[in-house]
Design a protein around this ligand. Structure first.
Ligand SMILES: Nc1nc2c(ncn2[C@@H]2O[C@H](COP(=O)(O)OP(=O)(O)OP(=O)(O)O)[C@@H](O)[C@H]2O)c(=O)[nH]1
Ligand SMILES: [Mg+2]
Length: 278
C-alpha cells in the first residue's frame, strides 16, 4: 500500500512541474469546498454572470432525454443500481490474472465537445505513466462510433483503463454500455451557446443511466471545453445551468492541451483513492 501512496504523491507532485497552464481552476475548488461545508451557500454566493446579450440558450432545464428509454438501456448494459449506503470505497477491488487492479475512467459528454481530442492529447503528452496502444473506433468523419480506449499503467499493480464515449445521440446504447463499472468520470461540456442543449441532454442521460446515488458518490471532474472560442459561455453560468455546483471544474482547450493534465491528474487521483479506499 505504501507504494501506492508514493505513487499518489508523485502524481500530486508532477502536477505543479508539468503544468505550464495558467490556473483557472480556483472557482471549481471554491465550489467544492462550498458544497462540502454548506451547500445552501453555494448558489447564492456564486455571483452569477449573465450570459452575453442576445445569446440563445436552453431557458429551462426541461427533460431532454427519455427517462424510460435510458433506464431500459442502462438495464440492458447491466449497470447496477446501488444505493448510497451500498457504495463503499475500497470494496469493489477485483484483480486480473496478473494481479493488477483496473480503474476505469470515462470521458462522457455530447458529440463534438472534444473528448477524443483530449484523449489524443493526453496520450501524446502524459510522460510519467506508461501507456498502451490507443484504440479509436470512429466513422470516416472522425466521430466516435463506439469508444476510444487507452490503458495507462501507474505501476505494475495499477492500470487506468481510459475510455471516451460516442457522443452522438444515436449511439446511446454503446455510450451507456461503456459506463458499466466506471470508477471515475470526466464530464466534458462544449462551451458554445448553441451546444448548451446537448450538454444538458448529456448530463441528464448520465444522471438517469447511473442513478443519482451512484453519481453523487462517483469521483467526477468537469471539463468546460473550447474556452478559446470567442462566444464561450461564462463558466459560472454553465455550472449553474448544468447543475454541477460542488464539482471540480476545469476550463479547457483540448486542441491546445490547456488544463487537460491538471484535470486528468485530479480524476485519476480521486478515482484511485476511492477505488482502493485509502
Ligand atoms: N476551438 C476548439 N475546437 C475544439 C476543442 N476541442 C476539440 N475541438 C474540435 O471539435 C471537434 C470535435 O472534437 P472531437 O474530439 O472529435 O469530439 P468528440 O467529443 O470526441 O465527439 P464524438 O466522438 O462525436 O463524441 C474537432 O474538430 C476538434 O478539433 C477546443 O478546445 N477548441
Ligand atoms: Mg470522439
Amino acid at each position: 500500500m505504501s507504494r501506492i501512496k508514493r505513487w499518489i504523491s508523485r502524481l500530486r507532485g508532477t502536477s505543479e512541474e508539468e503544468n505550464e497552464i495558467e490556473s483557472t481552476e480556483t472557482s471549481s475548488e471554491e465550489h467544492r469546498k462550498a458544497k462540502t461545508t454548506d451547500s445552501s451557500k453555494t448558489v447564492s454566493s456564486m455571483n452569477l454572470t449573465p450570459p452575453p446579450n442576445g445569446t440563445l440558450i436552453a431557458s429551462e432545464k426541461g427533460m431532454l432525454i427519455d427517462r424510460e428509454v435510458t433506464t431500459e438501456l442502462a438495464q440492458r448494459a447491466q449497470i447496477t443500481r446501488q444505493r448510497v449506503e451500498e457504495i463503499v470505497p475500497g470494496k469493489a477491488i477485483k484483480r486480473d490474472k496478473q494481479g493488477r487492479v483496473h480503474i476505469k475512467i470515462v470521458f462522457y459528454g455530447p458529440s463534438l465537445s472534444g473528448k477524443t481530442t483530449a484523449l489524443r492529447w493526453l496520450f501524446a503528452n502524459v510522460r510519467s505513466l506508461s501507456k498502451g496502444k490507443i484504440v479509436e473506433i470512429a466513422d470516416e468523419l472522425g466521430r466516435t462510433t463506439f469508444f476510444d480506449f487507452v490503458p495507462i499503467a501507474a505501476n505494475e499493480k495499477i492500470v487506468f483503463d481510459v475510455f471516451t464515449v460516442a457522443g452522438q445521440r444515436r449511439h446511446a446504447q454503446s455510450r451507456i454500455t461503456v459506463l458499466r463499472d466506471v470508477d471515475g468520470l470526466i464530464f466534458m461540456a462544449d462551451s458554445q451557446p448553441e451546444q448548451m442543449n446537448e450538454n444538458l441532454a448529456s448530463i441528464q442521460e448520465l444522471r438517469i443511466a447511473l442513478g443519482t446515488d451512484r453519481l453523487s458518490t462517483m469521483p467526477i471532474v468537469v471539463s468546460l471545453n473550447k474556452r478559446d472560442l470567442p462566444n464561450a459561455l461564462p463558466i459560472d453560468y454553465m455550472v449553474r445551468m448544468l447543475d454541477l455546483e460542488g464539482l471540480p471544474v476545469f476550463p479547457t482547450i483540448a486542441t491546445e492541451g490547456k488544463n487537460l493534465l491538471r484535470m486528468f491528474q485530479r480524476v485519476l487521483r480521486d478515482a484511485l483513492i476511492f477505488k482502493i479506499g485509502i
